[in-house]
Ligand binder design. Structure first.
Ligand SMILES: O=C(CO)COP(=O)(O)O
Length: 248
């Protein structure tokens, strides 16, 4: 049985004072089959690790593909690990777009992250045009093939399906659309990595997940949790989503 995962991506939001939300969240949940992950800005990782308590895993939002060197402003996977991170989000659409990250870039970053002992949350998702022209599964299939390295395991691989047009918009695919893509991702993972990895890797949905829609999304097949942006910034909102996942 796969452990559920509620992951929060704070993106470029949060100063030290905002970690109070993390402390508030710490004591609210403890279901053994539901993992909680918060990915704050890198500047907060080490403090978050101390303040979050054991119930909450802390992650980064990106890492460089090299272990060290002349990469001003970048952060290596080993540095994330050293700061207390156990996970790292890679290939988020906002980075694929803003930083021209290719599938190959994401795969190289994922290799470095796994080498450093991090679990990877690899994001895939289609644009509105790709959805409207019925190219979603082709796009997702290509991203899965190009972004996930061979050395993943069911324990260190999480895939997040985040339709670009649902991120930050309040729009959410239909439950059938979510189910179709999650079933497709599961099938592709099993085909490439075998039933062991394919069935144990978690697949998260992300894109305007809120307390009001979380329960119905978590009832969809092959949805093992969520990667939440805006609603993860406030403990009360994220706690409501976690509770919905615990009950799913
Ligand atoms: O991008 C996301 C998580 O990585 C989703 O963001 P929202 O939940 O704000 O739509």
């Amino acid at each position: 049985m796969r452990r559920k995962l509620a992951a929060g991506n704070w993106k470029m939001n949060g100063l030290g004072a905002n970690l109070a939300e993390l402390e508030k969240l710490s004591g609210l949940h403890g279901a053994p089959d539901c993992e909680i992950l918060i990915c704050p800005p890198a500047t907060l990782i080490s403090t978050a690790r101390v303040q979050a308590g054991e119930q909450i895993a802390i992650g980064g939002q990106d890492c460089h593909e090299n272990t060290s060197g002349a990469h001003t402003g970048d952060i290596s996977a080993e540095m994330l690990k050293d700061a207390g991170a156990s996970h790292v989000i890679l290939g988020h659409s906002e980075r694929r777009e803003d930083h021209d990250e290719s599938d190959s870039d994401v795969r190289q970053k994922a290799c470095a992250a796994i080498e450093a002992g991090l679990k990877v949350v690899i994001c895939v998702g289609e644009s509105l045009e790709e959805r409207e022209t019925n190219n979603t599964l082709d796009i997702i299939g290509g991203q899965l093939a190009g972004s996930i390295p061979d050395q993943v395991t069911g324990e260190n691989l999480v895939v997040a399906y985040e339709p670009i047009w649902a991120i930050g918009t309040g729009k959410v695919p239909t439950l059938d659309q979510i189910g179709e893509v999650h079933d497709f991702i599961r099938t592709r993972l099993e085909r490439r990595f075998g039933e062991g990895v394919g069935r144990s890797a978690r697949i998260l949905y992300g894109g305007s997940v809120k307390p009001g829609n979380a329960s119905e999304i978590f009832a969809v097949s092959n949805v093992d949790g969520a990667l939440v942006g805006g609603a993860s910034l406030k403990a009360d909102d994220f706690s409501a989503i976690i509770t919905a996942l615990e009950k799913a």
